[in-house]
Design a binder for this molecule. Structure first.
Ligand code: ADP
Length: 518
C-alpha cells in the first residue's frame, strides 16, 4: 500500500501482552510531528512483517477512510484520511474508543464526519475506558507481583516446614532401625518397633513428596544417572511392598519377559515410580485380587513395565485427571485409604525426566487398572562396556569424622557406622570438628549443616584446605539452593534428613579409602 498519509494521520497500536488488547503505542503522540521518522518506520514495518489491509474499513460517510496494517504479533498501524474505496470492513465503533483515547477526543469529530455530539460522548466514554484499562493493568501487575512473591514464599515455607517435620523423625527412625535387628530385644517387641519404623517412614515419605513436588514444579530435580537393571529394581520394589506384614495384600506375580531390561536412570527415582505404582495397585485391590508386574520390550529399544491389577478400577472421567497433583479418583475410597494424591503426579514427571512415559488404562469402575511405564532400554553392547568400566567393589573400612550437634542422632549414627566396620570419631560442634580434622586424617567427613558455633560449610572449608577428605552433608533442607551451597563448599554428597541408612552406606561405599585403617 502507498504510505502517503500525512504523519499527523498516523497512529500506532501495540498489543498489550498482559491485557491482550490493542492500545496506542506509548509515546507516539510525542513523536507524531516527526513525519520523516514515522514514514521510515512504517516503510520498514511494511517491508518486514506487516500485512496490509487487515483492519480496513470505511468511515460512516464513506468519504473518509481508515486503513490499517496489522502485524503478526498483533500490533497495528492505522492511517486516517486515506480516501481509497474499501468494501470489506469492520464496524468503526470497534476502533472509536481506541482512537478517542489516543487523540483525546479531538480527532473523533473528523472521523465521525460531523456527528460531533455523538463523537464527543464516545470520546469521553473511550477516555473513561482507557483510564479504567490503565487502572486494571496496574492492578493486574500488582497482583501478578504478589502472586510471584507468594509462590516463592510458599516454596520456602514448604522447605522450612518439611525440615521442621523431618528433623525429629531422624533419631526415631535410626533408633527403630537399630532396635529392629537387635537380637537382645524380644521378638514381640521388635514387631512393635518395626511398626513404629514403618509409620515414621510413611510420614517421612509424605514430607518427601511435598518437597519433590516443589522441586519438580521448579524444574530442580537432578538425576544421578547410571546403568541399572530394571528387573532388579522391580524385584526390590515389590519385595519392599510385599515385606510389609501389617497389610494383608493381594498376590503379586512377577512376569518378566523383557530381554533388554537395563536402563540409564537414577535408581532411587526409578524405584520411587515403581513403589508408587505397586503400592497403589496393592492399595486399590482387594485382598483376594491379583496384581501382575510384567515387562517386555514393546518395540526396538523400549523397556516396558506394566503394573496390572484386578482392583477397583478408574472411571473414564477420572482417568485423565489422576496424574494431576492432589487429584484423587473416588474421594470416599481415598478418604478411607489415605494419601495426598501426589504419587502419580511425581511419578509422571519422573518418567518424563527419564525420557519415558507413564500412562493409565482402565475398563472402568470395578474393572481393574493397568499402569504402563516405558523407558528407553540400554543396548547390550553399551552395557558390556559399562560393566567392564566398573571399579571393583570397595569394601575396606573408612575413617569417618561425624559432625552432628544432636547427641542422640550422633550416637545412633556412630553406632550404626561402627557396626559396619568403620572407624568413627564424633564432634558436636564446629570447633571440635576442625580440631579433630586437623589433628587426625579422615577419609570422610559427614556433617550436619547447622552447628551451635557455626556451620558445616565452615568445617568443610577448613578441612579441605588441609586434606583431601570427602564430605557428605546432612540437612533437613532438600531445596536445590541448599544442595548447590553444599556442593560449592566442597561436599560431594548431600543427604536429606531423616537419613536413609542405605543411602548413607551407598554414599560411603562410593568414596575410596585413602589408606587402610589400622
Ligand atoms: P494417592 O494414592 O495418594 O491418592 P496417587 O497420585 O498415587 O495418590 O493416585 C491418584 C489417584 O489415582 C488415587 O487417589 C486413585 O484414585 C487413582 N489410582 C491410582 N492408582 C490406582 C489403581 N491401581 N487403581 C485404581 N485407582 C488408582
Amino acid at each position: 500500500m502507498a504510505a502517503h498519509a500525512g504523519a499527523e494521520d498516523l497512529l500506532i497500536f501495540v498489543r498489550d501482552r498482559e491485557l491482550g488488547i490493542l492500545l496506542p503505542a506509548p509515546g507516539f503522540q510525542q513523536t507524531l510531528p516527526d513525519a520523516k521518522a514515522w514514514r521510515v518506520f512504517l516503510e520498514s514495518c511494511i517491508e518486514h512483517s506487516f500485512q496490509e489491509g487487515e483492519l480496513s474499513f470505511p468511515t460512516p460517510g464513506a468519504t473518509r477512510h481508515v486503513t490499517g496494517l496489522a502485524a503478526e504479533d498483533g500490533s497495528a498501524v492505522v492511517f486516517l484520511g486515506d480516501d481509497h474505496e474499501i468494501d470489506r470492513g469492520v464496524d468503526i465503533s470497534l476502533l472509536l474508543p481506541i482512537l478517542a483515547a489516543a487523540f483525546d477526543g479531538e480527532r473523533i469529530a473528523s472521523v465521525a464526519e460531523g456527528n460531533t455530539a455523538v463523537a464527543k460522548q464516545t470520546a469521553r466514554q473511550a477516555k473513561l475506558l482507557a483510564d479504567s484499562l490503565d487502572k486494571a493493568r496496574n492492578e493486574l501487575r500488582q497482583t501478578l507481583g504478589e502472586a510471584h512473591r507468594a509462590n516463592a514464599a510458599k516454596d520456602r515455607f514448604l522447605a522450612v516446614l518439611s525440615h521442621e517435620l523431618r528433623t525429629p523423625l531422624n533419631p526415631v527412625l535410626m533408633a527403630a532401625s537399630a532396635m529392629e535387628t537387635d537380637p537382645n530385644i524380644p521378638p514381640e517387641i521388635r514387631a512393635d518397633i518395626s511398626m513404629i519404623r514403618r509409620n515414621v517412614e510413611l510420614e517421612a515419605r509424605l514430607i518427601d513428596d511435598l518437597l519433590d513436588l516443589t522441586r519438580i514444579a521448579n524444574g530442580k530435580v537432578q538425576l544421578q544417572r547410571k546403568i541399572v537393571d530394571g528387573h532388579e529394581l522391580l524385584e526390590e520394589a515389590s519385595a519392599v511392598v510385599r515385606g510389609d506384614p501389617a497389610v494383608l495384600q493381594p498376590q503379586i506375580k512377577l512376569e518378566f519377559d523383557a530381554a533388554q531390561h537395563h536402563i540409564d536412570g537414577d535408581p532411587a527415582r526409578i524405584q520411587q515410580v515403581f513403589w508408587n505404582l505397586i503400592r497403589n495397585a496393592v492399595k486399590f485391590t482387594p485382598r483376594d485380587g491379583r496384581i501382575f508386574i510384567r515387562t517386555k520390550n514393546s518395540d526396538a529399544g523400549t523397556f516396558r513395565i506394566e503394573v496390572v491389577d484386578t482392583g477397583i478400577g478408574i472411571a473414564p472421567e477420572a482417568l485423565p485427571k489422576i496424574f494431576n497433583a492432589f487429584e484423587q479418583g473416588d474421594t470416599d475410597i481415598n478418604r478411607a485409604l489415605g494419601g495426598l494424591g501426589l504419587g502419580l503426579a511425581i511419578s509422571h514427571a519422573l518418567a518424563e525426566l527419564h525420557g519415558g512415559t507413564l500412562r493409565a488404562e482402565s475398563a472402568g469402575v470395578g474393572k481393574g487398572a493397568t499402569f504402563i511405564f516405558e523407558l528407553p532400554a540400554v543396548k547390550h553392547s553399551a552395557l558390556a562396556l559399562e560393566t567392564a568400566a566398573q571399579p571393583p567393589a570397595e569394601t575396606s573400612r573408612r575413617r569417618i569424622l561425624l559432625v552432628e550437634d544432636h547427641a542422640t542422632t550422633a550416637a545412633l549414627m556412630a553406632r550404626l557406622l561402627r557396626k559396619r566396620g568403620h572407624r568413627v570419631e564424633v564432634a558436636h560442634n564446629k570447633a571440635d570438628a576442625i580440631a579433630s580434622g586437623l589433628r587426625e586424617e579422615f577419609d570422610i567427613v559427614i556433617s550436619d549443616l547447622g552447628l551451635p558455633d557455626g556451620n558445616g560449610f565452615e568445617v568443610m572449608q577448613a578441612l579441605r584446605s588441609k586434606s583431601r577428605v570427602v564430605g557428605i552433608a546432612l540437612t533437613g533442607y532438600g531445596m536445590e539452593a541448599d544442595i548447590e551451597l553444599t556442593m560449592k563448599a566442597g561436599f560431594q554428597f548431600h543427604l536429606t534428613k531423616p537419613v536413609d541408612a542405605q543411602r548413607l552406606y551407598q554414599a560411603i561405599e562410593q568414596i575410596p579409602a585413602a589408606q587402610t585403617c589400622p
